[in-house]
Design a protein around this ligand. Structure first.
Ligand code: ADP
Length: 629
């Protein structure tokens, strides 16, 4: 029912009752004080809560009382007039009370309206803790309507959690009439909220406690934000203290003031000014204060305590530091951060190379919290220096090696066929100078002279091609032929050294791709080495050459001997240029062999058990199906 409807109902009821009393008063023969009942009419009218209704009802009642009296009695009737006067008095008293009550109710309603405007949750508890008032904000935030909570005990409803004992709070309330503190309440939805609560004791005119007026501000979010802030601060502190990177907190407030006082506009102009005024930069170094440093930075500086560090940047940077000026320029430009590399001076005067990053806070945060992250790069620098040194040595070695390799390669490769030419030539001479020259032998010896001469010429041709950087075009080569040809070249040497020679080549191997002469040289070299190794060795002298097709690696040619093997120490350096154990050795053979293998996309490795011979493995890529040479 709306308030208007309620009001109309009260008015109708009052009017009907007044009519009924009037009729009864006039028509009934009863001589009672019926008019006294007009008190009820006034009370009914008061039910509308309107002052005007009370006055209208009272006036109407008076008029009706008088009219009824006039209609039924003469003016001077003794007892009836007295009764009429009593009725009028009763109506008047009821009216006065109703009006007073109405005024009080109106004040309360106005107060309640005001309280409903508040964003704080406000409620009133009677001395037993039961809720007698509950404002709109309380409805919104706690979730219960005013009607739901009326008469319920606030503590039980809200499951209030107190910061101190409840009776202590009551004690304070009794003594001072007030209490405030932080409470936790549970809403209808079951969430806990944190409120800042203010209590005020309410007393009536006689000083009797009539209730407690409680105002609560919801601070849940504020508290969460505060907690988050505290946590973040703690995390930041932890990072600051536990970081292995040195962190320096600096105050650039005075620095900013000095820069601003210059009145220079534009980043380029500022950079130019700073570059041209070292004394200004030096002054700002002294003005830029160190506020705090973390343990990592203390350690870097060789300092014991933080107290040693509440100084200026000037105490930390080396005299000739070139980075502070550019950092100032970045700061003046409003850059967010600046990086650089410089040196700092430790407490005991050592210079430490560092890289650093300065983070400038945004303008809104002020200049008091400039953070500088510093990393000691001593070790890194040392490693870098060593690397540079190694690179330089390597480059030098490579130059030497290329030259040496080339010369050695020419000498080495040409020497072999020349030696063979000489040997075969001498043999031919011997056959010729016999009393009866054996022309067949002469023929075959001269044949070898020619073929060795051709080989030497081919080598020279290839070296020339190499020098003019036109490598011989790779051709598919049959592995068995390659090994056979190489074996022919060294056959005599192997025989002289009494070496048994064994070849295990399965039929149908795919051809390898490469330069015939170069690859022949590799195999010849490995065979000669094996022969030489076994020549000084007692026991069986056997050289086995085996080839097999390994799909993942191509063709592998393994040369195993039964020589003395290679010591672990020598094994490491075997392929180094100029490594040799022979009195007249040059130490270039294996180096060249490996380079040749690699130039063909293959590998050359060795394994050896000292005393158990050595095995050299040469792998070479094969012609893939469908590939052209
Ligand atoms: P050089 O033959 O001029 O010494 P190499 O580079 O061909 O140069 O060989 C380097 C060294 O490797 C030899 O001095 C020798 O000590 C060792 N070596 C090579 N092949 C064998 C092998 N089959 N058995 C043992 N040692 C070997």
């Amino acid at each position: 029912m709306t308030s208007t409807m309620r009001r109309t109902a009260f008015r109708m009821a009052a009017a009907l009752l007044a009519l009924f009393i009037f009729l009864f008063d006039t028509l009934s023969p009863l001589e009672g004080a019926v008019a006294v009942l007009y008190v009820l009419v006034v009370l009914l009218a008061a039910g509308t809560g309107r002052r005007i209704d009370i006055i209208v009802a009272a006036t109407a009642s008076l008029v009706l009382t008088i009219v009824a009296y006039m209609g039924t009695h003469s003016l001077h009737a003794g007892a009836p007039i007295l009764r009429a006067l009593v009725s009028v008095a009763a109506t008047a008293i009821a009216t006065a009370l109703a009006l007073k009550n109405q005024a009080a109710t109106a004040t309360l309603a106005a107060q309640a309206r005001l309280l409903n405007l508040s964003h704080d949750m406000i409620f009133v508890r009677d001395p037993l803790g039961r809720i007698t008032f509950w404002n709109r904000a309380a409805e919104d935030i706690y979730g219960w309507s005013s009607a739901e909570v009326m008469g319920r005990v606030a503590d039980a409803l809200l499951e209030t959690r107190y910061p101190i004992r409840r009776d202590a709070i009551d004690g304070i309330l009794q003594d001072t009439g007030r209490w405030d503190g932080t409470l936790e309440h549970r809403t209808k939805a079951g969430n806990w909220i944190t409120v800042e609560s203010r209590w005020a004791l309410q007393r009536d005119g006689h000083g009797e406690v009539v209730g407690v007026f409680e105002t609560n501000t919801d601070v849940t979010e504020r508290k969460a934000a505060h907690t988050a802030l505290v946590r973040s601060e703690r995390r930041y502190r932890h990072m600051f203290n536990a970081s292995r990177v040195g962190v320096v907190q600096e105050d650039w407030t005075a620095t900013r003031a000095e820069i601003a006082a210059l009145g220079i506009q534009g980043g380029a102009a500022m950079s130019a000014y700073l570059a041209g005024h070292p004394e200004f930069v030096a002054r700002l170094r002294r003005l830029t204060r160190i506020v705090d440093v973390n343990p990592a930075f203390l350690a870097m500086m060789g300092a014991e305590t933080r107290a040693d560090f509440h100084r200026s940047v000037d105490n930390v940077l080396v005299e000739a530091d070139p980075t502070f000026g550019p950092a100032l320029a970045a700061f003046a430009r409003g850059d967010g951060f600046h990086e650089g590399e410089t040196e700092i001076v430790t407490v005991d005067g050592r210079r430490v190379p560092v890289i650093f990053t300065i983070t400038f806070p945004t303008a809104a945060d002020g200049d008091g919290n400039v953070l500088v992250f510093v990393v000691d790069v001593t070790d890194r620098r040392r490693a870098q220096d060593a690397l540079l040194q190694a690179q330089a040595e390597l480059a030098h070695a490579a130059r030497v090696a290329t030259l040496g390799e080339l010369t050695a390669s020419i000498a080495h490769e040409v020497n072999q066929p020349l030696m063979a030419v000489v040997t075969s030539g001498e043999a031919a001479l011997r056959w010729l100078r016999r009393p009866e020259p054996d022309l067949t032998e002469v023929d075959s010896a001269l044949g070898r002279v020619v073929s060795e001469g051709r080989r030497a010429s081919e080598i020279v041709k290839r070296i020339r091609a190499f020098l003019t950087k036109t490598p011989a075009p790779p051709t598919p080569l049959d592995v068995a032929t390659l090994i056979e040809e190489a074996a022919q070249l060294v056959q005599r040497e192997l025989v002289r050294a009494q070496v048994e020679f064994h070849v295990e080549i399965p039929p149908g191997l795919p051809p390898v791709i490469g330069d015939r002469v170069q690859l022949q040289q590799v195999v010849v070299n490995l065979m000669v080495n094996a022969g030489q190794a076994m020549a000084e060795h007692d026991g069986r002298r056997l050289l086995t050459i085996a080839a097999e097709h390994r799909p993942e690696a191509g063709i592998e040619i393994a040369l195993s001997d039964t020589g003395p093997g290679i010591s672990a120490a020598n094994l490491e350096r075997l392929f180094d240029p100029f490594f040799t154990t022979k009195p007249d050795g040059m130490g270039m053979g294996l180096a060249i062999c490996r380079t040749t293998a690699q130039a063909h996309g293959g590998t050359l490795t060795v394994e050896s058990v000292p005393g158990g011979g050595a095995t050299f493995r040469l792998t070479l890529p094969v012609l893939q199906h469908g590939e052209s040479a």
